[in-house]
Each structure stands twice: as C-alpha cells, then as structure tokens.
Design a protein around this ligand. Sequence first.
Ligand code: CTP
Length: 394
Amino acid sequence: MLKDRRIVVGLGGGIAAFKAVALVRELGRRGAEVRVVMTEAATRFVGPMTFAGLTGRPAITDLWDPSYAGEVHVELGGWADAMVVAPATMNLLARAANGNADDVVLATIACAKGPVLYAPAMHERMWSRAATRRNVAALADEGASFVGPVEGALASGEVGRGRMAEPEAIADALGAMFVPRDLEGMHVVVSAGPTHEDLDPVRFLGNRSTGRMGFSIAQVAAQRGARVTLVAGPVTLATPPNVTRVDVRSALELEAAVTAAAASADAVIMAAAVADYRPAERTEQKRKKAEGPLVLELVRNPDVLAGLGAAREGDKPVLVGFALETEKVVEHARGKLLRKKVDLVVANHASDGFGGDDNVVTLVDAAGDEPLPKLSKREVAGRILDRVKTLVGG
Ligand code: CTP
C-alpha cells in the first residue's frame, strides 16, 4: 500500500517526537519515499540529522531552506501523495485548524495536495479541552484524518488517553488512505482464532490458531469500506480500526454469534479454527487426578459453516471456508467445498500457515483451483476479498 508512495512526515514539538524516528523507518521499510519537516520545537526533542540516515537527507526545519530552489512548502506539498503529522501537539492542531502557515510544517500542511493524517499526542487534559475538540472537528471537516491518541502511559507518568499511536498503527492508517473503498455497502462477517472447549474451570482443549489470518481479513475489509463483524475466539490481537468485535470462547458461542451476524451479512468468512469436539461434560469443580490413565469423552460440535451452507436459501450470504490440511490439500478442500455447500475454500498446508507472517494458499471454487504464490497474510486477505466482491456482485 505504501510502496513507492511519496510521504511527508511533519513533526510537532512533543516528547512523542522520538517515536517519529521509528515511524519514518517503518514507512521506509514498507517501500515509501519519505521527506521529513520539523517545527523549531520538534528539534528540541530529536535532531534533524537523525533523519538523514533513514531518508537520505536531514529533516527540513526552515521555510527558507537553501537546498530548495523554489519554495520548500510548495514543492513538498505538491510532491507528497500524503502527509502525516506525528506528533501533532495541541498547539500544532490549533494552528493548523486556524490556517496558520508560519513555519515549514504548517506551510506544508497548508500546501498539501494529498490527504493529511494527524497522530495527536498530548496530555489527556489537553486532548479533552473544548478548544482541541473544536480544532479536531474543524480539521476533520476539511477532510483530515486522525489516528489515535490511544490510552497508555503519558510522559507525566500518569495513564490516560493522549499517547501517540504506535508507529506501525500510524503506518497502517496511512496505508489505508490509499486503499480503494470498493466494498462500501457490504456487511462482511469474519470468524477468527481458536475455540477453547472447557473441561473444568481451569482446563480446556484448544488449538494453535493465532487468529492473524482472520484479523487481517477483517482489517482489510474495513479499510476497503465494508461494515465488518469480527467474531473472535480467545486471542491476544488488537481489534482493527472500524471493526465490530464479538468475543467468544467455545464453538457453541461462536456458532451463536456467527449465525446471528450472518442474518444481515453479504458474506461470511470462516477463518476460525473451530474445535470439532468438546468434552461431554464441563465439571463445576476442578477435575482431580486418579491412578491410571484418564479417558475423556468428547462429543461433536456443530459444524458452523456447514450449518450456514445447509440453511442458505439462494446465494446470500456468500460463504468462504478454510481448509488446513496435512496431505492432499486441494482434494480435501474440494471435498469441503461440496460437503459444506460453500462458494470458496481457502486451502493451505498445515506447515505453511500457522503463526507466520506469510501464507501459501490455493483458492478452490466450483470453477477450479488457483494456487497463489507466497504472500503476506494481508495480501492473501486482499485476494480473498477480491473473490468475495465478485461473488457478492455476481
Ligand atoms: N468449521 C466450522 N465449524 C466446525 C469446524 C470447522 O465452521 N465445527 C469451519 C472452519 O472455520 C473452516 C472450515 O470449517 O472454515 C474447515 O474446517 P476443518 O476443521 O478443516 O474441516 P472439517 O470439515 O472439520 O474436516 P476435518 O475432517 O479435516 O477436520
């Protein structure tokens, strides 16, 4: 999303300026070409030379920078595909909302031809001031976007909402600005993560699913404009922006949540690793050990996806399943496509998917198999959603 994009990073004068260094590095890592501008106050927190190593040139701090033939702000504002202001202090937001253009950061914002994203950072009391609320609303009215601030430890040692979003989250938000909103008007339900089937109050049967594939699908779908309901098993992942999350624990809870959301869905994507069995009994008290082996009785869980397939009348919602296999991957996936009456099965080998950043999958549908190359989970999510879009539209 950020590959070959031209990005201006503008720094205001706040302690979070040190995190802007990590942001610039992250943008570079994602393939963006970056220029940095700083207010005078920002230079008190981090030096302009710090950015030379990361972007190939020091940050610009002066509207009259002699290395620019023309006017710096006009050149940079016209050059950039987008601008991100991080940290955006209370004072900087006020000046931007007022249309001030009296330093290189403010003048570049004023002259930006692309969208502007602010990552505010300030004490919680400053963030909740009426003046800041007004300024944020005024900038949003003009079309600016915001990421954060988030809850967390503030520079003062207190905890509150005012902490700048993390560099990865800012880069994600910036990248999202370049994603076409081609799923607008669509409701997508995604399930993700494992289920935990309780044996007693302290023990459960689970599996190694991390939930990352499903969370990526939810994130990308929301960025592309879909209304997204994410039914999540027990995982430690953060909820992607603009996603409605429903937390569940067991297969039965997941079934109830998915079935309820599916009633208004255009598509249901079952990325969750739903346990096929649960203990016949969940004891009230902790089970005590005894001599000899333990035999557990397990009963079948409902197959959520097959249930949706069987109950479907017509072709709505579009149903997508996953098949994690250890052998005969595509053959088994095709079996699931037919047995569960779904539109698409995303097949992968057990060794290729779990836990990592990348995934090697084959998309299996009635028309045939499409093996995809090794892609990031984000890219796989994009390919799946491309198919879903066609299926919903067609
Ligand atoms: N699934 C489901 N409910 C279950 C089990 C699985 O909805 N109780 C969904 C998963 O979310 C996934 C797909 O079905 O999208 C494939 O799951 P998998 O367990 O691989 O399929 P099974 O038909 O259970 O086959 P297997 O014999 O390989 O376990």
